[in-house]
Each structure stands twice: as structure tokens, then as C-alpha cells.
Design a protein around this ligand. Structure first.
Ligand SMILES: C[S@@+](CC[C@H](N)C(=O)[O-])C[C@H]1O[C@@H](n2cnc3c(N)ncnc32)[C@H](O)[C@@H]1O
Length: 301
């Protein structure tokens, strides 16, 4: 039977099959998650743009005389983003702490740090941020693509704020609800937890932070051709998209996923077909009204 042509019908059909319990959906284990995440970020220009935003915020602090900075990365994962940021800011960082509960990601990050050129003192803690035994405070805290996984978002956000020094900056990067995130929600076993996107985060910040955050919309895209299960990289991309293993899925389900991706592929200048991979960043500056985006309106990148 050919897949339904309409995107909503496709999603509904996948949802029905998964809720019906006939589709074997296996969450990614820690090691597979790290591989899939790395493949995804390596295929997208998004992470470099997040890094540019983080660097711009850190440089504002440095120019305001706050350096060298004590930096905390919440949900650092395997450290792809952090390592690149540290290389760019080396001489302005006094110390770096990364926190992540995935042991495979933490091992990868520690390995990278030990094999690369000298960096500022670093410590990588293998735990959930909520469980970190420390009340240390930082000049610069950031958290990229983590809030989907957090159980108590308000208390996690408040904890980050409380660990910010006077005059420090917190930056959170979080995705808007896109068609691809809707697809992941269908497959994600922790279904309820996944339903939290940039508008929800914006609302949370407005409720729990005294001034409007400076926000930036970042648009990025991943070439459609990469999402092919004929290659190991393509399989990893599909797995990160679904947050589930690809191989156990029956072929009609795989076909429906590919059809759904086709429906949401866009043409960009130069004629390339890409799958949109946007993100929003929120910068919260402690003790100072936000300078850019002070109205709270989004500034396009
Ligand atoms: C999509 S990855 C993002 C990694 C990295 N921040 C980046 O942007 O490349 C999400 C990470 O959040 C971590 N994570 C999930 N729950 C967490 C929690 N409660 N505290 C800290 N990190 C968490 C996961 O283990 C995973 O490594």
C-alpha cells in the first residue's frame, strides 16, 4: 500500500501504528545517541551559528571587563559545540565546567580534551544538571538543545539563573516546533516530555526572568540527499530525527518517514533541497536590561 500523500495524514498514520503497539520502536542507547547526534550536527550548519552567537555573548562580557570567564555548559554532550567555543575563547576563559548525564558522551568529551592543544582548566561532570552537587556561580552559562529532555523545566531554569554571577549571561538554544520535531514526537517514547519548544521556553523565561531575553532566530538546513539509509551516515541522521533505531522499523514505516521528509523538504537558493533545521537563541543578561532585542521581538539572523 502506498503511503498517504498528505503530511498530516502521514503523521497520523505513523502515530496510529506506533500507539497500536505493532511497530518496534527502540530508543537509542547512550553510544548510539552520541554517534547519531554527532552525525546530525556535522551535516548541518546550525551548530556553527549557535557557536557564533555564544561567542558574541561571551565577547560582550569580556569587553565589559568581566573576563577571564568562568563558564558552565549544561548538557554539553560530547562537547562538539564546547570544544570549538573553547578554542575560540581560550585566553578569555578561566575555567570551564560541562555537565551531562550520558556516560558515552562524557567519555568522548574527556577524550577530546585530553588529546587537543592546551585549553583552560576543564571539568566534565557525568550527571544531570539537576543532580549536580555544586552551588558554584559562573559568568557565562549556556544550554543548547537540552530542555526537551528535562523533567522539571522551571526548577532547572531557576537553578541555572541562581548559578549566574551578577552581570553574567545565560544563553539557551532551543528549537521551534517544526514538522520534523512533530515526527520525532511520534516516535519518542517519552512522548509527553518532548512537547516543549521555543515558544514554550519563551513563555517560561517571561514568567521567571525579570526582563525580556534577547532572541535570535537561526535558520539552517540539512541536504535532503543525506537522509538515505543506504549509507551509515544517512541511517544515523534518520535515527537522530526519530530519536529511535532505524533498522527495526518495518519497511512500510520507513517509507512513510521518507515520504514525510519529502513533504517538508524545501528548495534554497542554488537549487539545493534541504530539510529545515532552525533554532532560536535566548540571551539573558543578569543585572542589566537586555541591550539587543530589548522589546523581546525576535531578530532574524
Ligand atoms: C541534543 S544533545 C545537545 C548537546 C550539546 N549541548 C550540543 O548542543 O551539541 C542534548 C544533551 O542533553 C543531555 N541531557 C539530557 N538531560 C539532561 C539533564 N537533565 N541535565 C543535563 N544534560 C542533559 C543529553 O545527555 C544530551 O547529551
Amino acid at each position: 500500500m502506498s503511503p498517504p500523500s498528505d503530511s498530516d495524514a502521514l503523521l497520523q498514520s505513523l502515530d496510529d501504528a506506533i500507539r497500536g503497539g505493532t511497530v518496534p520502536v527502540h530508543a537509542l542507547d547512550d553510544r548510539r545517541y552520541v554517534k547519531a547526534h554527532r552525525a546530525f550536527e556535522q551535516s548541518s550548519p546550525q551548530q556553527a551559528q549557535i557557536r557564533h552567537r555564544l561567542e558574541a555573548e561571551a565577547r560582550q562580557l569580556i569587553e565589559a571587563g568581566r573576563g577571564p570567564l568562568n563558564v558552565l555548559s549544561v548538557g554539553c554532550g560530547c562537547g562538539m559545540l564546547d570544544h570549538s567555543l573553547l578554542v575560540h575563547l581560550t585566553e578569555h576563559v578561566e575555567s570551564f565546567v560541562g555537565v551531562d548525564p550520558n556516560p558515552a558522551a562524557v567519555a568522548h568529551f574527556r577524550q577530546t580534551l585530553s588529546s587537543k592543544r592546551p585549553l583552560p582548566p576543564t571539568r566534565i561532570e557525568c550527571t544531570r544538571f539537576e543532580d549536580l552537587q555544586s552551588d558554584r556561580r559562573y559568568d557565562f552559562i549556556y544550554c543548547s538543545h537540552v530542555f526537551y529532555y528535562v523533567e522539571d523545566r522551571v526548577s532547572t531554569f531557576q537553578r541555572m539563573c541562581s548559578q549566574l554571577r551578577d552581570g553574567g549571561t545565560l544563553v539557551i538554544a532551543h528549537a521551534p516546533k517544526t514538522a520534523m520535531n512533530a515526527l520525532a514526537q511520534v516516535f519518542w517514547s517519552e512522548h509527553q516530555q518532548a512537547d516543549f519548544f521555543d515558544d514554550d521556553l519563551h513563555q517560561l523565561i517571561k514568567t521567571h526572568w525579570p526582563s525580556p531575553p534577547a532572541t535570535h532566530d537561526i535558520s539552517a538546513g540539512i541536504p535532503r540527499t543525506l537522509f538515505s539509509d543506504n549509507t551509515s551516515q544517512g541511517t544515523l541522521l534518520l535515527e537522530f530525527l526519530l530519536q529511535a533505531e532505524w533498522a527495526p522499523l518495518p519497511s512500510p514505516v520507513q517509507d512513510q518517514v521518507q515520504s514525510y521528509i519529502d513533504r517538508h523538504t524545501q528548495s534554497v537558493p542554488g537549487g539545493r533541497a534541504v530539510l529545515p533545521h532552525p533554532v532560536t537563541t535566548f540571551a539573558l543578561r543578569h543585572g542589566t536590561p537586555s541591550r539587543s532585542g530589548s522589546s523581546g521581538a525576535k531578530n532574524a539572523e
